[in-house]
Design a protein around this ligand. Structure first.
Ligand SMILES: [Fe+2]
Length: 185
């Protein structure tokens, strides 16, 4: 059985034991090994959005629901992350900075398609973009080794690939835009 309070407590205990992503990753992987239980515990996703399950200055747990075919531009986190998919699919493109580029441009460096039950750790310096490639909602638990909402970080324009300051409102707007499309369909 998946219960949010117990999951948060297990993650916090793992993080206290090991401040890298490793122990937390194990907890998350165990949870999504039974995705039906996670769906029951969190509720079947109804709309795109970012739902905070836990938020502290040193640790954040989010339930991220991606709209159908939604894409989030390249961005970094400045802290480690663990992504565990419990329904749908999440395709990640990984990017790297082009060495010494004056505009902070990036180039694609790899990709990983995450399916239900998959757990992927992202290192502190990772830059990724995310696409939900399927015509329905995708749900994933995202865990961060820091304060997801307070740390200054970057996003990259999806067309020019130029570095900009991360804009939380703009990103939340993308989720709402996705919901408007969902409501019209
Ligand atoms: Fe991210």
């Amino acid at each position: 059985m998946f219960e949010v309070d117990q999951f948060v407590a297990d993650c916090r205990a793992a993080y206290a034991d090991d401040s890298s992503h490793k122990a937390v990753r194990e907890v998350a992987a165990r949870a999504v090994s039974d995705p039906g239980q996670v769906l029951q515990g969190l509720g079947e996703p109804q709309r795109a959005g970012v739902h905070t399950l836990y938020h502290a200055p040193d640790f954040t747990i989010l339930n991220v629901v991606w709209g159908p075919h939604m894409t989030l531009m390249p961005h970094n986190h400045e802290m480690w992350a663990v992504i565990s998919v419990y329904t749908g699919r999440e395709d990640n493109i990984f990017w790297r900075r082009i060495k010494d580029h004056p505009d902070g441009l990036i180039e694609a460096a790899g990709a990983k398609a995450l399916s239900v039950k998959d757990t992927e750790p992202l290192g502190r310096n990772i830059i990724h973009s995310v696409t939900n490639p399927i015509p329905r909602l995708t749900g994933a638990i995202h865990i961060y080794g820091g304060d997801f909402f307070e740390v200054d970080r970057s996003e990259w324009d999806p067309e020019s690939l130029q570095e900009e300051a991360y804009n939380v409102e703009k990103i939340m707007g993308l989720f709402e835009k996705s919901n408007r499309i969902l409501e019209m369909s």
